[in-house]
Design a protein around this ligand. Structure first.
Ligand SMILES: C=C1C[C@]23C[C@@]1(O)CC[C@H]2[C@@]12CC[C@H](O)[C@@](C)(C(=O)O1)[C@H]2[C@@H]3C(=O)O
Ligand code: AKG
Ligand code: FE2
Length: 359
């Protein structure tokens, strides 16, 4: 039988035998609280009734500032398109490891595990394709996966439209024209990420995807029925209950910076499942690399930065330390000072991602 799974067990095994106990910090075995994310019916946005449109926009604003995460229904992406995309995604991941890794499929964007990991808690038990929107319609990207192309083109266009609609509402809610973010977001940096989390029978303490915040304006996630996504809410990990009619939306670091912390980029992770594999697709709304991200209001909490500077810093931190630092790297000195003094374990903790989640 062909083993289509990447050699996750070998890599993980090497990390756990090399690592010392200080590096290994197991996840809690406590049963997680399951949360009902705010559920927003986007039908309200196209209502003839002005009040209904306003109510829907306010619900989006509240969810983005209180949770950083919400679910949307009547989002305009048909169940048929979701099913078509999902079955193409499953076919792709069922291909042998060598095909996924070496055949140039989807712009050679296949990743598995975590190449930079030096210990178990930096390791993600998953594989993914990370596809820039500019490559989605490129025939050369598909090789033997011919029918994947049409699904990717339709799905990417629908997700893109939805992401821009939501970003527009979030900017309008802060008193700015909806074109502000729409104008700087660019096909060359937006991407679709196809995720596959193989079952992980060896330990529930292994992450499917390590805790992180997303380095974009916003992310739209289409997950299957297996579940496993958890997010930080009021300093606790809570599990998101899958809803097959809904898409999940989360605020990324760039919206948090631009909104001066009004919108929250919340830490999230995926836990593994011993028996079931899981699939998800995420759409990331990003600006062109030279776009400058400054706060919409004063006094600004963060230094102004370009998306290129942000991405390079994230990658450098992950390469050097195994962890993403993210926005705390860009705090203005006065804000960094205030935060350090508020936190009793100041000095070292200010750069640990788990305390940078919603503040
Ligand atoms: C090891 C890592 C790679 C990653 C940043 C992180 O520290 C944690 C998760 C990864 C992720 C997932 C979402 C996005 O695809 C991404 C670009 C991001 O911001 O966080 C990736 C990062 C990456 O692949 O470089
Ligand atoms: O698969 C999921 O539920 C989350 C994926 C995710 O967080 C990501 O790709 O950034
Ligand atoms: Fe994410």
């Amino acid at each position: 039988m062909v083993n289509s799974n990447p050699p996750l067990l070998n890599h993980f095994g090497a990390l756990s035998s090399n690592s010392n106990t200080q590096c290994y910090e197991p996840q809690s075995r406590v049963i997680m609280e399951e949360c009902q994310l705010p559920l927003i019916d986007l039908h309200g946005l196209s209502s003839r009734d002005k009040m209904a449109r306003k109510a829907c926009a306010s619900a989006i604003y509240r969810a983005a500032s209180e949770w950083g995460f919400f679910q949307v229904v009547n989002h305009g992406i048909s169940p048929q398109l979701v099913d078509k995309m999902r079955s193409e995604q499953v076919k792709l991941f069922q291909a042998p490891f060598e095909t996924k890794a070496t055949c140039g499929v989807l712009n050679n964007s296949y990743r598995w595990g975590t190449p930079t990991a030096t210990c178990p808690k930096q390791f993600s038990w998953s594989e993914a394709f990370h596809v820039p929107l500019t490559k989605v319609s490129d025939e050369a990207c598909y090789g033997e996966f011919v029918s994947l192309r049409e699904a990717m083109i339709e799905f990417a266009a629908a997700m893109s439209k939805l992401a821009r609609l939501l970003a527009g509402i979030l900017t309008e809610n802060l008193g700015h024209g909806k074109e502000v973010i729409d104008n700087i977001c660019d096909e060359s940096t937006c991407f679709l990420r196809l995720n596959h989390y193989p079952a992980c029978p060896i330990s529930p303490e292994i992450f499917g995807l390590v805790p992180h915040t997303d380095s974009d304006f916003l992310t739209i996630l289409c997950q299957d029925q297996v579940g496993g996504l958890q997010l930080m809410k009021d300093s606790k990990w809570v599990t998101v209950k899958p809803n097959q009619d809904a898409l999940i939306v989360n605020i990324g670091d760039l919206f948090q910076a631009w909104s001066n912390d009004v919108y929250k980029s919340v830490e999230h992770k995926v836990v593994t499942n011993a028996k079931m594999e899981r699939y998800s697709i995420a759409y990331f709304l990003c600006p062109s690399y030279d776009s400058s991200i400054g706060s919409y209001s004063e006094p600004s909490i963060y230094k102004k930065f370009t998306f290129r500077e942000y991405r390079d810093q994230v990658q450098e931190d992950v390469r050097k330390t195994g962890y993403k630092v993210g926005l705390p790297r860009f705090l203005l000195k006065t804000e960094e000072f205030k935060r350090r003094n508020k936190d009793s374990n100041s000095n070292t903790r200010v750069y640990i991602p788990s305390i940078t989640a919603s503040t």
